[in-house]
Design a binder for this molecule. Structure first.
Ligand code: SAH
Length: 350
């Protein structure tokens, strides 16, 4: 019976070095392989040209390299590209390339589906199937970097974990992927150009602070009133705003990094002065800024974008309190690639 080959990218550098030593080779060989995998992003043992033919054949015999395949690409009229990304087990997630002036941002997924239940989000309608492995997150970044070079003549400059899934519910793999993306032996990208967005899980926000991460944090707040939050993000019942705020204070004390709040204003939900005051008050507790995100309809009548005058009022109050607030326009709406619209619409197998 053939034993199933293990994915070589599940091994750390030390494990690869030990592996080569155990078979009577040099530890250095492990480093060479590691560099091919994580620095050059190669997907075939045959392409590891500084290894002997025998070594390559040996690796081929014992390991596999599971990798993603960009199955389908849709291009928006605004330049945004949405990728349907096929994983080794046939499941599909989406990733998005967003060109902004002279920069390119990659929006990547961390889970197949999502376990949270935000009422306004298309991804939430999909059950969580599984977490992505570090290499599956890494590969999305490599693929978008290649697209950015091919279509825009420049490398990828920023990464946001704002695709499918809740990154903090896949903590270990997301941090391991970021490690490979930022390490000099990996892609060498600056962690300052990476933003992890969470729906707000206090214990894990504290854990990130303890782990001294170097990337930026965004929190999908949407309301600073607990009762409203429980209505639109039911999981918030277990993670009250008080605890969220305490974790963000801790985050700031430990990292010195201000927090970005993502905030959509909906008609009849949070488009009133009480909500504006609550947000201003919430923002005063921890150095922060607010991104007012345009709502992207997902075919649900309960949620409608608020009138522009109330958005102006939000900006006015926040600005008066010396809190930076920006309006973030949607990108890639025509291909369902905007925030909250990732739902594998064109795929059958989800
Ligand atoms: N689970 C993480 C990562 C997803 S990021 C999080 O919640 O932060 C996706 C962002 O888009 C979040 O800020 C989310 O609240 C927001 N979003 C979800 N549905 C949306 C919609 N229909 N229109 C606009 N933004 C939406």
């Amino acid at each position: 019976m053939a034993t199933e080959k293990k994915d070589i990218r599940a091994y750390s550098l030390i494990e690869l070095q030990d592996f080569f030593v155990a078979k009577g080779d040099k530890a250095f060989r492990g480093k060479q392989v590691y560099q091919w995998l994580w620095n050059k992003g190669i997907h075939q043992f045959d392409g590891m040209t500084n290894l002997s033919k025998e070594t390559r054949a040996f690796l081929e015999e014992h390991f596999t390299i599971n990798h993603i395949a960009v199955d389908q690409q849709q291009r928006s009229s605004d330049g945004t590209i949405k990728n349907a990304v096929k994983l080794f087990d046939g499941r599909v997630v989406e990733s998005v390339l967003i060109p902004v002036k002279d920069r390119t941002t990659a929006c990547v997924s961390s889970q197949v589906g999502c376990s949270l239940d935000c009422k306004f989000c298309a991804t939430a309608k999909l059950a969580r199937m599984r977490n992505l492995n570090p290499d599956e997150i890494f590969d999305q970044v490599v693929a978008i970097d290649q697209q950015s070079k091919a279509y825009f003549n420049r490398p990828l400059s920023n990464i946001v974990f704002m695709g499918m899934g809740e990154p903090l519910m896949n903590y270990k793999n997301v941090l391991s992927a970021i490690d490979k993306i930022t390490a000099p032996s990996g892609l060498g990208m600056s962690p300052r150009r990476i933003t992890l967005s969470t729906s707000g899980l206090p214990k894990l926000i504290k854990k990130m602070a303890d782990d001294e991460v170097q990337f930026n944090l965004a929190v999908s707040l949407h309301t600073a009133i607990q009762a409203t939050r429980e209505q639109i993000m039911p999981f918030a019942e277990k993670f009250p705003l008080e605890d969220l705020l305490a974790s963000l204070k801790y985050w700031f004390e430990k990292t010195g990094k201000r927090v970005t709040y993502e905030y959509v204003v909906w008609k009849g939900i949070n488009d009133n002065i009480e909500h504006i005051r609550a947000l201003v008050n919430f923002c005063r507790q921890v150095p922060s800024k607010v991104n007012l995100i345009e709502y992207n309809a997902i075919g649900d009548d309960d949620f409608k974008q608020a009138d522009p005058v109330i958005i102006d009022q939000y900006i006015e109050y926040l600005t008066a309190a010396h809190i930076t607030a920006t309006i973030r326009r949607s990108r890639g709406k025509d291909i369902d690639a905007a925030c909250g619209q990732l739902a594998n619409k064109n795929q059958e197998n989800t």
